[in-house]
Design a protein around this ligand. Structure first.
Ligand SMILES: NC(=O)c1ccc[n+]([C@@H]2O[C@H](COP(=O)([O-])OP(=O)(O)OC[C@H]3O[C@@H](n4cnc5c(N)ncnc54)[C@H](O)[C@@H]3O)[C@@H](O)[C@H]2O)c1
Length: 289
């Protein structure tokens, strides 16, 4: 998209962190903004903040519920006639420092529901709408964990984020072949100073383990090291500026940490050489390797 002014951006997970910063950035670019989030109190604050910059409206949405995301499209069309730029951004980290076999069924379900199904619902609902009016841009938020191998966050998070990269690449090929006026980017941030380490606040009751028997000294210490890494991450407004420029330049892979390229290359070298998976960058940041 070369011209954002007067168009409409929709952002999920817009009440906090990267989503909130993107909502502000789109408003600064002259766009109408539709904010959505499962946290209704924080959402109201974010809507008020974005409204000071430009036209904004918001709807409580749980991205794990397909009908909620369908309602978000209806709400957007009712308010601003159409959606042009869709940021499938809502996400959670899940319990850090657990090996794949240590995650509970509830852990897997929660992280995959939000981080993978949230993006799937956004695509399923909004892409046919973009195609119906003929142009637009989708930004799917993955992570650098979608391009590297690691273990410190959780296997559920890595699995979801790798899947978001894969789905975005499928979309890229489909749009390039059949719908060249619609574009897609995949946002793969490194550490960003957001509230993501407080994500348990948004875990639904039905997926809260009564007692997580697998919390260990290891997961506690990794969790606390990750909190430090996130707190010293990039400010969200810098990430929003990067995404803004990438959308204007129609870039596909969007990075916020230039050093990630070496971790991606190391993983690919290991695959080419039939070696062992190298430690991902977030793992190195947390464990000091
Ligand atoms: N912060 C980082 O270091 C980092 C790094 C890489 C990728 N990311 C990704 O960036 C995205 C945004 O995360 P953030 O860091 O800004 O975290 P954040 O916690 O500050 O914001 C995430 C928002 O998503 C919302 N949310 C959670 N579950 C939801 C649901 N079911 N439906 C709708 N909204 C829901 C939360 O209420 C919150 O407002 C996520 O996809 C995350 O995985 C973050």
């Amino acid at each position: 998209m070369k011209d954002l002014g007067g168009k409409t951006a929709v952002v999920t997970g817009a009440a906090s962190g990267i989503g909130r910063a993107m909502a502000i950035r789109w408003a600064q670019a002259g766009m109408n903004v539709v904010l959505s989030d499962v946290d209704e109190v924080a959402l109201d604050v974010a809507i008020a903040e974005v409204s000071e910059v430009g036209p904004a409206a918001g709807l409580p949405v749980d991205v794990t519920v397909g009908s909620d995301v369908d309602d978000l499209l209806t709400f957007t069309v009712d308010h601003f006639d159409r959606a042009d730029l869709v940021c499938n951004n809502a996400g959670v980290a899940g319990p850090p420092g657990h090996a794949p076999h240590e995650l509970t069924v509830e852990d897997w379900q929660w992280v995959l529901d939000v981080d993978l199904w949230g993006v799937i619902h956004g695509i399923r609902t909004f892409v046919p709408h973009l195609l119906s009016h003929g142009d637009g841009h989708i930004v799917n938020t993955a992570s650098q964990s979608g391009l590297t191998s690691g273990s410190v966050i959780s296997a559920a998070y890595y699995a979801a984020k790798h899947a978001v990269v894969a789905i975005s690449e499928c979309q890229f090929h489909d749009f390039a072949e059949r719908f060249p006026a619609v574009n897609v980017s995949v946002l793969c941030p490194g550490p960003v100073a957001t509230n993501i380490m407080n994500d348990e606040l948004h875990r639904p009751e039905r997926l809260k383990p009564v007692l997580n028997p697998t919390t260990t000294d290891r997961s506690d210490s990794i969790g606390s090291a990750m909190r430090d890494v996130i707190e010293s991450g990039r400010p969200p407004h810098e990430v929003a500026n990067i995404v803004h420029d990438a959308v204007l330049n129609n870039e596909f892979y969007i990075f916020t940490d230039p050093n990630i390229i070496e971790s991606v290359a190391a993983r690919h070298r290991a695959i080419e050489q039939r070696g062992y998976p190298p430690t991902g960058r977030m793992d190195a940041d947390v464990t000091g390797d």
